[in-house]
Design a protein around this ligand. Structure first.
Ligand SMILES: [Zn+2]
Length: 265
């Protein structure tokens, strides 16, 4: 394989890893913020359920004291009936007693309705208490993850940056290196990657077919030093003969191997 191309495969694995590490660095605080929002929402919902419960309790206490008052009133009215002197007076008292009994019945119905609402709020309270616990745990985990990523990714980025710088310097040393490197930079800036593995007669990045003659040249020994590009996406193609041997490589393994080879050089 062309030596510049071999170096570019390693460079691309470094660039992709740097991108991933930087993306994680950007995402981690956003995940903390999202966890904070979720926890705050659970807190608000729990507070609302508690307030609603208290409101119902206050309402029922007032209903109960109202009922007690009306029972007292009925007892007084019955006492008055004992000393009533006219039929009209008795009718009026009976009317008042009936009215008070009606009011008690209505209050008791309302109390039942309030108890049903309380039951619903109790269920919400339990649900939001559990949610608050869960979101609190998530927030703690995201904070720990963020601290970890900040520390580890920053160190990893510095390490890869140093390797990358050395590799780019090495590439430029070769006769064709500068042109190849600027080509790689241009394509990867536009498309995210600059080199692509040719697999099964296709460019693995854009999935377009490599024409048979080009495939033969790419995989043959005669043009070993030539860098072929994908006619569709313009990426530089490389072909790994070991892919065709039994026990194929898992995704990423090839790049990792290349990287290790690069480090040994
Ligand atoms: Zn392509």
């Amino acid at each position: 394989m062309n030596q510049d191309l071999e170096h570019l495969i390693v460079l691309q694995s470094q660039d992709l890893e740097l991108k991933r590490l930087r993306q994680e660095l950007t995402d981690a605080p956003l995940r903390v913020a999202a966890a904070q929002t979720a926890r705050a929402k659970a807190e608000v919902a729990l507070a609302a359920a508690k307030t609603a419960l208290q409101k119902e309790e206050v309402l029922r206490r007032s209903q109960q004291s109202d009922v007690t008052d009306r029972h007292g009133k009925i007892a007084r009215l019955r006492k008055q009936m004992e000393t009533a002197t006219s039929a009209a007076q008795i009718t009026a008292l009976e009317h008042e007693i009936k009215f008070a009994e009606g009011a008690i019945e209505k209050l008791e119905d309302e109390e039942l309705a309030s108890m049903e609402r309380s039951e619903k709020h109790e269920a919400e309270k339990a649900q939001f208490t559990a949610l608050l616990e869960k979101t609190t745990a998530t927030l703690e985990a995201e904070r720990a993850r963020n601290a970890n990523i900040t520390k580890e990714n920053t160190a990893a980025i510095a390490g890869i940056e140093a390797e990358r710088k050395a590799l780019r310097a090495l590439i430029v040393e070769s006769e064709t290196g500068e042109a190849v490197l600027s080509n790689y930079d241009r394509i990867s800036k536009a498309k995210g990657t600059g080199v692509s593995e040719a697999l099964d007669h296709k460019c693995s990045a854009c999935q377009m077919l490599v024409r048979p003659q080009r495939w033969n040249d790419l995989t043959g020994r005669e043009h070993d030093a030539v860098i072929f590009t994908c006619e569709t996406c313009g990426r530089m193609l490389y072909w790994d003969p070991r892919r065709d041997s039994p026990g194929s490589f898992a995704a990423g393994e090839r790049l990792e191997k290349a990287r290790l080879m690069g480090q040994q050089k």
